[in-house]
Design a protein. Sequence first.
Length: 89
Amino acid sequence: MRLDRLIALLLILIPGLVAAYGWNLMKTSLIDSLADRHFPLFQFIGGLLLFAVGVFYLAGYIFYKDGKRRYLQPKFLKVYQKKDQKKAE
């Protein structure tokens, strides 16, 4: 049981660290552009992609968990109601 909790923690921690690293890359590229004459575009785009992937993964995980617990608004619960109807048939 403790191993399951450790795996769940790692599934949340790793995308959070990826998003934080992406944020750090974007911040560094903006600060470097103030000091230099050029803007490190590829570093900024890479940071933006890492940040977006991490945030979207975390948002999807939270949405999935809230949907299972029925904490979502009714317009978002339609997906889970359809799954329940298929299971009942």
